[in-house]
Design a binder for this molecule. Sequence first.
Ligand SMILES: Nc1ncnc2c1ncn2[C@@H]1O[C@H](COP(=O)(O)OP(=O)(O)OP(=O)(O)O)[C@@H](O)[C@H]1O
Ligand SMILES: O=C(O)C1=C[C@@H](O)[C@@H](O)[C@H](O)C1
Ligand SMILES: [Mg+2]
Length: 625
Amino acid sequence: MDQTVISVSHDEIRDPAAHAAKVIRRERVRIDAADRAILDAMRGRFEAVAAIGAAKRRAGLPVYDAAREAALYARISEMAGDLAPAALALWRVMTAAARRMEGLDVRHEEADRADQAAQSALPTTLTLELPDAAMLTTVTTILAVHECVPAAMTWDGAARRMTISVTEGSAWAPAMLSDLTAQGVRIPEMEKVAEMAAEMTTGQAAEQSAPSRPRCGLLGRKLGYSYSPAIHAALGDYDYDLHEVPNEEDLEKFLKETPFDGLNVTIPYKVAVMAHCATLSPRAKAIGSVNTLVRRPDGTLHGDNTDDAGFTAMVEESGVDPAGKTCVVLGSGGASRTVVAVLKRMGAKRVVVVSRRGEDHYGNLARHADAALLVNATPVGMYPNVDASPVEDLSVFPKLEAVLDLIYNPPKTKLLADAEKRGIRTVNGLRMLVVQAAVASALWGCSAYDAKRCAAIEAAIRLGEENLWLVGMPGVGKTTVGGLLGEALGRPFVDLDAEIERVAGMPIPEIFRTRGEAGFREIEAEAAMTASRGRGTVIATGGGTVLREANRRAMRESGTVVWLQRDLSRLPTEGRPLSEAKGVEKLYAEREPIYRAAAHLEVDANLLAGAEAVAEHVIGRLMRA
Ligand SMILES: Nc1ncnc2c1ncn2[C@@H]1O[C@H](COP(=O)(O)OP(=O)(O)OP(=O)(O)O)[C@@H](O)[C@H]1O
Ligand SMILES: O=C(O)C1=C[C@@H](O)[C@@H](O)[C@H](O)C1
Ligand SMILES: [Mg+2]
């Protein structure tokens, strides 16, 4: 015989009504506290939704993210366990409210309609299978609470089965159904609909985390220079391949025959791919340039533009507000179209597009002497043609506040270096590249957009791709700290003095003796130039490498220059010919302004305990820079 152990307190036996009153009082306190916590959490949730919506709008991103919502339902369902039906109903109401709060668009209405459709897919008669007969009162109470007055109702006590019917055209309240299922009532008809809904959501979620990795990549003509593979590898777990297509005529065949889920598109195909897209996002259409293709389930392509969000971030980084100002954009290709659209949206007074054969060309730049912002949207100056610049003489623009170069490799193009010499603020294309990649990745459903993540990736790339030069007085610790940095960052380390000795085949003091300082400086300049062509190398210079302007330029243009400083009294002089001959004080007085001019960052090693601590500090500073 079944034995159920019921624990009953003495209180309850003596006075069940008083005991019930006590339990109700106690539990209602808990319910009130839970309701308060739920309301607080809801408020926090809505605030977060509003903040995300506002940020997305500012960045020109789509506010509604179907993939994220599908993933959310899948997650809630998993977390909620046996509470899943009730929790999903609650979250549906909340996400619908959030969508309304964010301002409706077609897709929100579609989602609302999908919810309603799921409810109306239920037949007019439902079977309620109760876990035990005693639940009957609870069930009828739930029906009453939800104002459900069935047109017909049957009860089969032996089978613990109730049927309820509504008249044609009325719907079952979703909250009532989930209250019933939350009490353990099985509703077979609803399970079928829930299965359909689950298929819908997990189907979408499965699309993003499908067992086969999403296949994404970059389409262009020459792609060896691109940082995109590194960025996408940091953004998420999906394939990102480079597809070099030499001719526009081959595009159609490529797009038809290559299996991919999403592609970035770069020079020179951003306009040409539009003809192969079944649909275009409003921004891609308005700008007339596509840099992101999304393969839709039916195999057709959707074209979007994420450069827009990227360039917006780049302008923000410059700190210059284009509103009411003249902006000159070099180049008239796909990238230029995006730049023009963003600048106009930001309220620029005049946006002049300069092209080789247009009305505004490189021969009449002086027409736009009032320009506050100059943007290079041409590939001139891009690796490997690093000595080229689209503008020979920036003095034609005496009012420039900032120069923006969409090129990110090299980090400092000749154009940016010229601007920097004139004290003009410069921004390269790295932030734009990272932001456009992150937005594309979100469109492919490969990762969620996260500004903090973008900043970290940007810093890591800067660290990983650019050279890191250490300058400072002889004996300050360049070789020691440089070696530690190379090790910690997993990057090649070059000690310029060691290179010079290797090339000359003799120790430095001997070079000074046999060829004089001038002879040494020649070999040093050659070694600095060779090192500057490397990518992601940590380079310890000799104490005097900064003396030549050409060396300083090569350093600054190929990466970050860190100036190490230590009290002069602590610097060893042995084996360092200039320190020995001149004395460190005199040497420092001569060189201090030169180090200052060369350096991006100054590091006071006196405040740090030992070379390891200095290396660690440098890494921290670079990550924040
Ligand atoms: N932060 C530090 N604290 C204490 N000692 C240090 C520190 N950095 C370097 N040293 C020591 O100072 C000496 C000189 O360092 P190192 O040879 O790295 O200097 P350098 O800048 O490369 O010199 P040079 O210009 O002659 O190439 C070494 O003995 C090194 O261990
Ligand atoms: O160089 C690159 O990798 C890219 C540059 C831009 O054209 C981007 O629009 C493109 O998505 C990727
Ligand atoms: Mg050294």
